[in-house]
Design a binder for this molecule. Structure first.
Ligand SMILES: [Zn+2]
Length: 373
């Protein structure tokens, strides 16, 4: 489902706005136009409340966008592509294609966003002061003053040293450089991220108990989001570190048991599935693999037909998504296996099947590794 709208392109980066952002636009406009402006600037005409009310979320939006653009441009400078920047309900995200391979790159990419926000804060504060000195109307200076403060808040919030925030990335880069251990650095920054997310959630609950429902929900929402991202960062770093050390050979089961193409389901269930207790077998004719049959495929056929149905009638025909070459990277196998429909890959070398890898094999490997480290 398409839930974003493309609004432009900068240096090959696609700029997208998620539809959830409309909710923020309406909420911010309403609260400025109906509550905040009328209470603080009774001298303004009512249409100005609504006009500036609508300008405020756009300024916020532009600030978030420039923050993300700063991250993206530094990333591109280091040769790491950024296909898109998306702006959504919590703010924005630059989709940096892969994690930087050195702490110095990570540090500069992470620091660029808060630096941009801080620069915008100085710039708009300066502009506000000049306009105030020139005696310009509050209709001009108030939005500028706001946008200056929004940028200051963006800079400070993002510098909190907790993954996935920029401050967490900066902390991780420094620890990574200092201790030369990416995984440990990620663990510390991600733990701080989880800790910080619990503080946000507790603060949200306190707000709710004191009758401030809107702020409460907001804090809990952001807390939950940070908590989830912190854990993902940590798991991702674990998997990344692990996969640098292993090869397809470590993951695969050699000497695959395969089923001849002329067999019927009943024989196969009794002579293969019950005997070897695998939930999947390749179907072969001589040395050539024709496809794969899984327990799920068999379950779809009613029992009365097991006697008369051949395996070839219900197998999944061999295709690109079911194969990995022996010399490919273990991480590629992992990604392919997580996305293909059978959770398995046949390993090929010199046009011959030499092994099989299942999702369970990989998860077991990861578990054993985690137990030992
Ligand atoms: Zn940032």
């Amino acid at each position: 489902m398409k839930n974003s709208l493309k609004i432009g392109q900068v240096r090959g980066i696609r700029i997208e706005v998620n539809y959830s952002w409309i909710i923020i636009f309406v909420l911010i406009t309403l609260s400025f136009a109906t509550v905040y402006f009328p209470a603080n600037f009774p001298q303004w005409p009512p249409y100005i409340y609504w006009f500036l009310g609508a300008v405020m979320p756009i300024l916020l939006f532009a600030s978030v966008f420039l923050h993300e653009l700063a991250h993206s441009l530094v990333s591109i400078k280091y040769g790491i592509p950024v296909p898109k920047i998306s702006l959504f309900i919590f703010g924005g995200m630059a989709h940096i294609q892969k994690e930087p391979d050195t702490p110095v790159k990570e540090l500069f990419i992470a620091a660029a966003g808060p630096l941009m926000s801080f620069f915008l804060f100085i710039f708009f504060s300066f502009l506000t002061s000049i306009f105030n000195l020139l005696g310009l109307s509050s209709i001009v200076t108030v939005p500028l003053f706001y946008i200056a403060n929004v940028n200051l808040i963006l800079a400070i919030f993002n510098l909190i040293p907790a993954l996935p925030l920029d401050g967490g990335r900066i902390l991780r880069a420094v620890l990574w450089k200092w201790k030369d251990n990416f995984q440990m650095a990620t663990r510390i920054a991600a733990n701080l991220g989880s800790g910080f997310s619990y503080i946000l959630i507790l603060t949200g609950l306190l707000f709710i108990f004191n009758g401030n429902l809107m702020n409460g929900i907001w804090f809990i929402f952001i807390g939950g989001f940070i908590n989830q991202s912190a854990q993902q960062s940590y798991q991702h770093s674990n998997i990344k570190t692990l996969f640098e050390k292993i090869t397809i050979k470590d993951l695969m089961t050699p000497s695959v048991i395969s089923i001849h193409q002329h067999m019927y389901l009943k024989e196969v269930i009794e002579e293969y599935f019950y005997i070897y207790k695998h939930s999947c077998f390749p179907i072969t004719e001589g040395e050539e693999v024709l496809g794969i049959i899984t327990l799920d495929d068999i379950k779809k056929v009613s029992k009365e037909l097991w006697d008369t149905t051949k395996v070839t009638a219900i197998m999944k025909t061999l295709n690109e998504n079911l194969i990995i070459l022996y010399n490919e990277k273990a991480f590629d196998a992992f990604q392919k296996i997580m996305s293909n429909e059978v959770g398995r890959l046949l390993v090929y070398h010199n046009n011959k099947m030499i092994g099989i890898i299942s999702k369970t094999d990989i998860l077991k490997y990861i578990n054993i590794y985690n137990e030992l480290h």
